[in-house]
Write a protein that binds this ligand. Structure first.
Ligand SMILES: Cc1cc2nc3c(=O)[nH]c(=O)nc-3n(C[C@H](O)[C@H](O)[C@H](O)COP(=O)(O)OP(=O)(O)OC[C@H]3O[C@@H](n4cnc5c(N)ncnc54)[C@H](O)[C@@H]3O)c2cc1C
Length: 379
């Protein structure tokens, strides 16, 4: 039975909503808080796979499905396999994440889960949600729902990262479980920046994703053709079975998403936690959730600043370069990995690098086009 008021409402039981809830439930000071988690689906599908890198144990270490200490990078001009220690590249399957979190939720008498569509949020004299004609209020709403595309400003770039992945199985051992392929740019770039990545979980099984950074989606059959071609031409597979497939679209944008509206706190992609120039979100959500829960436990306001502002500028410049085809994505990433230590590049892509490292990485990129893009962004 739903209450009419909660301490916290968490809108959306995806990566951000569940990560935040797990962090809140870990805080002794918040054990008595009444929490409503609401989502329009029951999160019973393996709808995505998250990869991320970190040096330490993950908050979700028990459900890490596979991890790698080596990564491979391929392009026409530069290919390499590198050790990324002390980082590990980790993979969590969506279904394991949802099951793990819902097992904890079922043991938590202070949390109600409601399956329902949220029609709108409000925060003026009171704060809350409207679902199925019913209004429920809360002290805070943590929102991970993107209610449509935001209104863009003049310098906002809005590209899409879209991808299709196949979990493929082969009869004979073909995959090297010791290394994941982060990016393989050897495929056709005719539609724009495009690469495949390979996440092997056994010698006969791997998740292979075909990814593009472009303004518009492809036709459904084009993703399948891209995957089929990659598996045959570059991985040399003659026969394989597709056990599962996933499809995703993530905005790649320098648009500044509001991080709050009064007592609504935006989280996840809706709260600007997707890195504009790469689409990676998982690690950013983890950092954000931890800080919000710690603030709540200290009875402080749950508004968190996020990464230093300079990272937004770097993302904007890179997006300008990609959007205006000043340098192609393949060349940018190949140059970054060829001329810098992989650990430095990974820290840079995670917004955790030092300013000195950032200057060093930037100095290795083609100066003129990046300077032009930076000017365009600043003026
Ligand atoms: C297929 C895929 C693979 C990805 N892989 C990676 C990766 O490897 N690494 C990485 O860092 N990032 C990855 N991302 C990006 C990002 O991590 C994910 O999109 C992540 O799930 C974002 O979390 P979120 O909570 O913001 O959104 P979601 O996880 O999408 O959660 C939003 C929730 O809101 C619910 N919802 C939406 N509208 C309503 C409504 N009106 N009422 C009620 N509920 C609603 C949805 O059902 C959903 O459960 C991937 C994204 C996709 C789509």
């Amino acid at each position: 039975m739903l209450q009419s008021h909660y301490d916290y409402i968490i809108a959306g039981a995806g990566c951000a909503g569940l990560s935040l809830l797990m962090r809140i439930l870990q805080q002794n000071e918040l054990q008595q808080k009444r929490i409503l988690l609401i989502d329009e689906t029951e999160k019973e599908r393996n709808d995505r796979t998250w990869c991320f890198w970190e040096k330490e144990e993950s908050f979700f270490e028990t459900i890490v499905f596979q991890s790698w200490d080596k990564l491979q990078f391929y392009s026409d001009d530069f290919s390499s396999e590198f050790s990324i220690a002390p980082y590990s590249y980790k993979m969590i399957r969506g279904i394991d994440f949802y099951r793990h979190c819902f097992a904890v939720i079922r043991q938590s008498p202070n949390v109600d889960f409601h399956k329902g569509k949220i029609d709108r949020l409000f925060s003026d004299a009171t704060t809350g949600i409207v679902t199925g004609g019913k209004t429920i209020t809360a002290d805070y709403v943590f929102n991970s729902i993107l209610f449509g595309k935001p209104e863009l400003k003049k310098k906002d770039v809005w590209l899409l990262q879209h991808f299709k992945g196949w979990l493929v199985e082969t009869e004979t051992p073909v995959f090297n479980v010791a290394a994941a392929t982060l990016m393989d740019f050897r495929i056709s770039q005719k539609n724009g920046t495009a690469f495949c990545y390979v996440l092997p979980s056994s010698p006969t099984e791997a998740l292979v994703e075909y990814t593009l950074f472009t303004p518009a989606l492809l036709q459904p059959h084009e993703y399948d053709e891209g995957l089929e071609n990659y598996l045959r031409a570059f991985l040399g597979l003659k026969s394989f079975t597709v056990k599962e497939s996933e499809f995703g679209v993530i905005p790649m944008t320098n648009h500044r998403f509001a991080n709050r509206h009064n007592r609504i706190v935006h989280i996840g992609t809706a709260g600007g936690q997707t890195k504009g120039s790469s689409g990676y979100t998982f690690s950013f959500i983890q950092r954000h959730s931890k800080q919000i829960a710690e603030n709540l436990a200290r009875q402080e306001q749950p508004f968190v600043a996020g990464s230093p502002k300079r990272f937004h500028f770097y993302d904007s410049v890179l997006l300008q370069v990609l959007d205006n085809h000043l340098v192609e994505g393949e060349e940018i990433f190949a140059t970054m990995f060829r001329k810098n230590k992989p650990q430095e590049v990974l820290a840079f892509l995670n917004n955790t690098s030092s300013f000195a490292t950032e200057l060093k990485i930037i100095s290795t990129l083609p100066i003129l086009p990046f300077f032009k893009a930076a000017m365009r962004q600043m003026m």
